[in-house]
Ligand binder design. Structure first.
Ligand SMILES: [Zn+2]
Length: 339
């Protein structure tokens, strides 16, 4: 759904919010109306050679420009940022994909630059809030969000509120163990969902399978990768499955579904959600992903819980970063008004 097709009702019911999306390779900013319509947006590339001070100065300039372009009073800013971060102090600790950022006072710097209240959360929680307020989770009281891309993250909405956990780190659904004797995960644990079903893990498992048995190697998968196993990606695995006739690609994909499905079954049993919203690049597989996942869940989850839970694709698409940050700002602003 694009900004132009989103309903723009209730023009004055609530504040306009600035959203700031800080990822590893780009910074995106946007001003949203109270109903979630983006009035102005901008993107600036990150520069690994820059200090964090220089990057934040450019970011503040971009924020000022986008607020001027939207030409509305902005009540607060929300930031969705790659972690780890300390939400209480507003510091970003040392995100692995932003070299040079070490204990950056993100919230204080942006607040001093823009003179408005600023609220911070990690990118996965921000996306969960964004999907809940503006996307595929609208009107749903209990919702789980998972993003399945190079890694797997998530956020938990309970009774219309983001569940933060003891120190703001709840929702690490990628690190649910689905095989206690399984593959090593980048987090150090064993058998995590992420070790099987992230885009990175799907590609790695497919490459290993091809290397282990060249004779049985999926003909269409290898052909799609121009005969070079190192060129195999999750996207090509999905494409080989879509074309059919490649048992190796099908086996890798089935294992992906089983890992994700067993993780979702646990989530359903713990939280009894109304909806699970899945986003991230791997969900571009569409029905190839969602149909077998739904079958897995209806087969293995307790019926009373499975019956009330639907599993759907995220609704915000490329806007999830900025709209998630907007939702963080709205949420923080509303809480600040309540004292
Ligand atoms: Zn893990």
């Amino acid at each position: 759904m694009t900004a132009t097709t989103r309903p723009s009702a209730e023009p004055s019911a609530g504040p306009h919010i600035l959203g700031i999306d800080i990822g590893g390779t780009k910074l995106a900013v946007g001003v949203s109306s109270p109903s979630g319509q983006l009035l102005a947006t901008d993107r600036i590339p990150t520069n690994p050679a820059e200090s964090s001070e220089q990057t934040l100065a450019r970011l503040i300039d971009a924020c000022r420009a986008v607020i001027a372009k939207a030409a509305v009073p902005v009540a607060a800013a929300g930031i969705g940022c790659v972690g780890p971060l300390d939400q209480k102090t507003g510091y970003v600790i040392s995100p692995v994909n932003i070299p040079g950022w070490r204990r950056v006072p993100l919230v204080d710097t942006i607040r001093a630059g823009l003179k408005i209240p600023v609220f911070l959360d990690n990118d996965a929680n921000a996306a969960a809030l964004g999907e809940h307020r503006f996307g595929a989770g609208r009107g749903v009281r209990n919702m789980i969000y998972m993003t399945i891309s190079t890694g797997i993250g998530g956020g938990i909405i309970v009774d219309d509120r983001l569940y933060q956990g003891e120190n703001g780190n709840a929702g690490e659904m990628g690190h649910m163990c689905v095989r206690f004797d399984g593959r090593r995960c980048p987090c150090g644990n064993i058998g995590c969902v992420e070790a099987y079903a992230s885009g990175t893990a799907i590609a790695a498992r497919a490459r290993e399978a091809v290397d282990a048995d060249r004779a049985a190697a999926g003909a269409s998968l290898l052909k799609l990768a121009a005969g070079d196993p190192s060129g195999i990606t999750a996207k090509l695995v999905v494409e080989a499955v879509r074309r059919g006739g490649d048992p190796l690609a099908q086996r890798i994909w089935d294992e992906t579904i089983n890992a994700l499905g067993s993780g979702l079954v646990s989530v359903i049993h713990i939280f009894n959600p109304r909806r699970i919203v899945l986003g991230g690049g791997v969900t571009n597989a569409g029905d190839l992903l969602f149909e077998p996942l739904r079958r897995y869940v209806s087969k293995y989850a307790v019926k009373m819980l499975a019956d009330v839970c639907d599993i759907v694709r995220a609704g915000l698409g490329d806007q999830v970063g900025v709209m998630g940050a907007v939702a963080v700002g709205l949420d923080g602003y509303a809480r600040s008004l309540m004292g």
